[in-house]
Design a protein around this ligand. Structure first.
Ligand code: FAD
Length: 833
C-alpha cells in the first residue's frame, strides 16, 4: 500500500526554515503535527528518513490492536481519546478504525480475578459498556475460539483495529490543509545546539533553521537524542507477529477487513486479530530479544524495512501450541513466510517519554508511544508546546523523570527486557522488580537488614516497607491482622504494628530518598515566592508546606521549603517525583534571575523521628533545646545528635510530634545508632513506608501523583490553607481567582469502609446511587481508627459527611460512608505538642 504524494514530498530542495521540525512521520509524529495545526501552530515541517507514509518504522507493520483498558488513568484516557479521533477519520472514504470490540480471556482463576480488576479500571476511568462474558458469550463473538479452553472473558465494545498507516495519511492530509509540510527521504544527522538551546536541525539534505524540534523517532529515539546530548532511555525489543494462511472456517469473511473482536490471551502473553480469512498472532511469550539502537539500519529502497528483523521460529513454539488450544483452526496453518520480528520500544518503567528536555531548550520528545495512545499523546505534546501545559497530567510520561542511573544502558536494557516479559502479567500495584536492585543504599542499610527489613525500591533506593522484627508487636486480637487475598500481598501485619507504635510511642523512618534541593541566591526568595502558592518570605528558620502551580492553577508539585538564611532555602520533595520537580523548578528560573538550584540528595541522610515520645528520644542525644518553645512546629534549627550535625525540621508527614533530621550521609549510621540507643527505653521502633503511607492517609495528607496533580487545583483538593491569595502575585493565582469565582463540581472527600475487616488498594470505582461517581485516588487501612480509608473526588453534593457510597473491589461492593476529615487529630494538637 502506497499513498499518493502531495506537494513538497520528495521534492529536491528542502525548506531551510520552520518554527518547529518534527523528526519522524510515524503515527506519533503525524498525530503531533495534526494537533499542532489544530492549535494554530502551522509553521511545522515533518521529516522522515523513509518514504511517506510507509516509512519503515514500527507504525508500518503494527497490526493496530487498540485495547483501551489500563491501570494508569492517564493512559486509559489517552487511549479513549485516540479511539475517538481514529473513528472520526477516513481516507478517501475508507474508515481508519474498526470498532469490533476487544476480548481478554482468562484460563486461570487468578486471571479471572484480574479481569474483574480491569473491569474496575474501565469503570473508574470512564470506558463505556465494559463487561464480563461467559465462555459461551465469548464464542458467540469469536466463533473459532474453543469455549472449553477459557473460564470467561472481559469485553470492551469500543476497542478495535486502528489502520495505522491510513491514520497517518489522514492526519497528515488534515495537517497539510492547515499549512504543515511533510517531507520523506530526509535523514536527520545532527542538531545545532548553542547556549543550551536548539538552533537548527542538520540533515543529509541540508540544514533547517528552527527554534524547536520534536523527536518522534520511535526506536531510533536514543540515537537521535544522543545527537543533541539528550538521553532517551528506551530499549528496543523484537516482538513476533505471525499470520496464518487462509482459514476455511473464515472463508465467508475473505473480503472484509475484520469482523471478530480483537483478542488477548494474557496467560500466555499472546494477542490475536482477524483480517479477512486470516488471523494474526502477536507473541510476547519468549525471552526478550534486545536490539542495539545504534545498529538500526536507515531506510533503503529495496531492502527489508529497518524496524523488522528476520523471524526466529524457535521463539514461537509455546505461542503456537497455546494458540492451537485456544483457536483450534489455526493448527497447521501458520504462514511462516509472513512472520516477522518487529521492533518497538520499552522504557524502564513502561511509561512514555514526553516533554521538553531539561538539558536542551526547544528539544521536545514524544517517544515510546503505542498506536493505542498515539492520538492522545500527540495531542498532549502539541498542547504542551503550543499552550505551555498539557490538559492531562503527564508526570508518569515526563521526559525528565529519570535519575541519571536510569538512563544508563545496563539499566535501560535490564528494565526494558523485564517490562517486555511482564507486559501481560498480573502485576500487583506493590510488586517490585527484582533486577537491577541495590543500586542506591542509604547509610542505614546495615541496620535495616539486621531488623529484617522487607525492601521495596523507590527511585533506585532500597527502602524498608516493613520490618520483620516488628511482627511480634502485632496485637493478637487485631481484626486487620487477618487480611487475606490481593490486599494481603506485599503486605505484613507488621505494617499495622509500626503504625500503632508511631501513634503510641515513637518510630524512626528512613527518609533519605527525599530529594533535597538548595535554592540560593539574591533572587531566591522572590523566585520561590513567585512559583509557590504559600508565603515563602518568612523569618529564617520557618518551614512551609506549599504547592507549586501551573499557570492554569493545577498542582505541579507539593513540597516543603525551609528558610535557612536570608538568601538560602532548602526545598524537600518526594523521591518518586524528585527529578520531575527539579526539572520543572529549573525551567521556572527567568533570564537574569540570580538563583542557583543544586540537588543535595546524595549529600544528606534524612531520618524521621515521629511519635508522642519523639522529644524524649531526641533530648537524650542532643544538648540543644528541642522544647516546643525553642523549636515549635514548622521551624527548623541546626542541632547536634551526638557528634552528628543535623538540620532538624519540626514537621511530619505522619501527623505526630517529631522532626525530619538531615545530616551528612556518611554519619548516618552514627546518628541512627545514637537515636536507637536513646529510644530503647521509650519503645522506639524502626518503621517502613507501609506504615508511613497509612499514617499519612489517616491524617489526610495528600499524595502527589495520586490525590493531587496538575488536573486538580488546591481548592478542590482541600489545600486552600497552603494558598495565600493575599500575596501580590504567584504563578497560577489568576487562574485560581477564576476557578474560585466559577466554583467547583467535585471535591476530594474522605470515606471509610463500614466493615473494619475491609480494605481497598486505590483506583477502585466509587459508586453512589447505583452508578460510578468517582475512583479511589488513595486507599489503605487506618490502623488507629480501625477502618479502611478511601479518598476520591466526589461530586460536591455527595462529598458531605454521612453520604453512603460503595467501593467496588473486584466483584464485591464494600459499603462505605463519607466522613469528616482528617480522621486523625483534626486540631493538629499532636503535631504542635
Ligand atoms: P515509528 O512508526 O517507528 O516512526 C518513527 C519514524 O522516525 C520512522 O518513520 C523513522 O523512519 C523516523 N526516523 C527515525 N530516525 C530518523 C532520522 N534520523 N531522520 C529522519 N527520520 C527518522 N501498538 C499498538 O498500539 N497496537 C498494536 O497492535 C501494536 N502491535 C505492534 C506489533 C509489532 C510487531 C510491533 C513491533 C509494534 C506494535 N505496536 C502496537 C507498537 C507500535 O507499532 C509503535 O509503538 C508505534 O507505531 C510507534 O510509532 P512512532 O511514530 O513512535 O514510531
Amino acid at each position: 500500500m502506497r499513498f499518493a504524494q502531495s506537494t513538497g514530498r520528495g521534492s529536491a530542495s528542502l525548506r531551510d526554515r520552520a518554527d518547529l521540525v518534527i523528526v519522524g512521520a510515524g503515527i506519533v509524529g503525524a498525530s503531533a503535527a495534526y494537533h499542532l495545526a489544530h492549535l494554530g501552530l502551522t509553521d511545522v515541517l515533518v521529516i522522515d528518513q523513509g518514504p511517506l507514509f510507509e516509512t519503515g518504522g514500527s507504525t508500518s507493520h503494527a497490526p493496530g490492536l487498540v485495547f483501551q483498558t489500563n491501570g494508569s488513568r492517564t493512559m486509559c484516557r489517552l487511549a479513549q481519546y485516540s479511539v475517538e479521533l481514529y473513528r472520526s477519520l477516513d481516507l478517501d472514504g475508507e474508515p481508519c478504525f474498526h470498532a469490533v470490540g476487544g476480548v481478554e480471556v482468562a484460563t486461570t482463576p487468578e486471571r479471572m480475578q484480574e479481569l474483574k480488576r480491569r473491569l474496575g479500571f474501565a469503570r473508574s476511568y470512564g470506558i463505556e459498556g465494559a463487561t464480563l462474558l461467559s465462555p459461551q458469550e465469548t464464542v458467540e463473538r469469536i466463533p473459532i475460539l474453543d469455549p472449553g479452553a477459557i473460564l470467561g472473558a472481559y469485553f470492551v465494545p469500543t476497542d478495535g483495529i486502528a489502520k495505522a498507516i491510513r491514520i497517518v495519511a489522514a492526519l497528515a492530509r488534515a495537517a497539510e490543509a492547515k499549512g504543515v509540510a511533510f517531507e520523506g527521504g530526509v535523514r536527520v544527522t545532527g542538531f545545532d545546539v548553542r547556549d543550551g538551546r536548539v538552533r537548527g536541525v542538520l540533515t543529509d539534505r541540508g540544514r533547517i533553521e528552527c527554534e524547536r524540534v520534536l523527536v518522534c523517532a520511535g526506536i531510533w529515539g536514543p540515537a537521535v537524542g544522543r545527537m543533541a546530548g539528550v538521553p532517551i532511555p528506551l530499549a528496543v525489543l523484537q516482538h513476533q507477529l505471525v499470520w496464518t494462511h487462509p482459514l476455511p472456517e473464515l472463508a465467508a469473511d475473505a473480503g472484509v477487513e475484520v469482523r471478530h473482536p480483537i483478542l488477548r490471551h494474557q496467560d500466555v502473553s499472546l494477542y490475536y486479530r482477524q483480517r479477512g480469512d486470516r488471523y494474526a498472532i502477536g507473541n510476547y511469550r519468549h525471552e526478550p530479544i534486545l536490539f542495539e539502537p545504534d545498529d538500526l539500519r536507515p531506510y533503503r529502497e529495496g531492502e527489508p524495512i529497518p524496524s523488522v528483523e528476520p523471524f526466529t521460529p524457535e521463539h514461537f513454539q509455546v505461542a503456537y501450541e497455546a494458540s492451537v488450544r485456544l483457536l483450534p483452526p489455526v493448527a497447521g496453518r501458520i504462514d511462516e513466510s509472513s512472520a516477522i520480528n518487529g521492533m518497538f520500544s520499552f522504557t524502564p518503567d513502561m511509561g512514555s517519554i514526553v516533554g521538553e528536555s531539561a538539558e536542551v531548550g526547544g528539544f521536545w520528545i514524544c517517544e515510546a508511544v503505542w498506536v493505542t495512545h498515539a492520538g492522545g499523546m500527540g495531542r498532549m505534546v502539541a498542547e504542551w508546546i503550543a499552550e505551555g501545559e498539557p490538559s492531562m497530567d503527564l508526570a508518569e510520561a515526563d521526559a525528565n523523570r529519570f535519575y541519571p542511573h536510569m538512563t544508563t544502558p545496563p539499566y535501560v536494557w535490564a528494565r526494558g527486557a523485564q517490562q517486555y516479559r511482564e507486559v501481560y502479567d498480573i502485576i500487583h500495584p506493590l510488586q517490585q522488580m527484582e533486577h537491577p536492585r541495590r543500586l542506591r543504599l542509604t547509610p542505614f542499610a546495615r541496620r535495616h537488614e539486621e531488623l529484617g527489613a522487607r525492601f521495596f525500591a523507590s527511585a533506585g533506593w532500597e527502602r524498608p516497607q516493613w520490618f520483620e522484627a516488628n511482627a511480634p508487636l502485632v496485637p493478637p486480637d487485631a481484626v486487620w491482622a487477618r487480611r487475606e487475598g490481593w490486599a494481603a500481598r506485599f503486605w505484613s501485619p507488621a505494617v499495622g504494628a509500626e503504625h500503632l507504635a508511631t501513634r503510641e510511642r515513637v518510630a524512626l523512618f528512613d527518609l533519605t530518598p527525599y530529594v533535597k534541593l538548595d535554592v540560593e541566591g539574591p533572587d531566591a526568595c522572590g523566585f520561590l515566592e513567585r512559583v509557590c502558592a504559600n508565603r515563602i518570605d518568612r523569618p529564617v528558620g520557618a518551614v512551609v508546606y506549599t504547592a507549586m502551580l501551573t499557570p492554569k492553577g493545577g498542582i505541579r508539585c507539593d513540597l516543603t521549603v525551609a528558610r535557612l538564611g536570608p538568601q538560602r532555602f532548602r526545598v524537600v520533595t518526594g523521591g518518586g517525583s524528585g527529578m520531575h520537580d527539579l526539572a520543572w523548578l529549573r525551567r521556572q528560573v527567568r533570564d537574569g534571575e540570580r538563583v542557583s538550584i543544586l540537588d543535595r540528595t546524595s549529600q544528606w541522610f534524612a531520618l524521621g523521628l515521629f511519635g508522642p515520645r519523639a522529644r524524649e528520644v531526641l533530648s537524650g542525644v542532643t544538648d540543644s533545646d528541642v522544647s516546643n518553645e525553642a523549636l515549635p512546629y514548622l521551624r527548623a534549627a541546626e542541632i547536634q545528635v551526638g557528634e552528628v550535625p543535623v538540620l532538624a525540621q519540626r514537621i511530619s508527614y505522619v501527623g505526630e510530634l517529631g522532626w525530619e533530621l538531615y545530616g551528612p550521609i556518611e554519619m548516618g549510621e552514627r546518628a541512627w545508632d545514637l537515636l536507637w540507643e536513646a529510644g530503647g527505653e521509650h519503645g522506639l521502633v524502626a518503621a517502613g513506608m507501609g506504615a508511613f503511607d497509612s499514617l499519612r492517609l489517616e491524617k489526610g495528607y495528600r499524595l502527589w501523583g495520586q490525590d493531587i496533580h496538575t488536573e486538580h487545583d488546591p481548592f478542590e483538593a482541600g489545600l486552600a490553607f497552603a494558598v495565600k491569595m493575599d500575596k501580590p502575585d504567584f504563578q497560577g493565582k489568576e487562574a485560581l481567582e477564576a476557578i474560585a469565582a466559577r466554583g467547583h463540581t467535585h471535591r476530594l472527600a474522605c470515606m471509610t469502609l463500614d466493615d473494619p475487616a475491609h480494605v481497598a488498594m486505590g483506583k477502585e470505582p466509587i459508586r453512589a446511587g447505583g452508578s460510578v461517581v468517582a475512583y479511589a485516588t488513595s486507599a489503605g487501612y487506618g490502623y488507629s481508627i480501625g477502618r479502611g480509608i478511601v479518598y476520591g473526588y466526589l461530586p460536591v453534593e455527595l462529598a458531605e459527611p454521612g453520604t453512603p457510597v460503595e467501593i467496588e473491589f473486584f466483584d464485591e461492593r464494600l459499603p462505605a460512608h463519607v466522613v469528616p476529615e482528617p480522621l486523625w487529630d483534626p486540631e493538629g494538637a499532636r503535631l504542635r505538642a
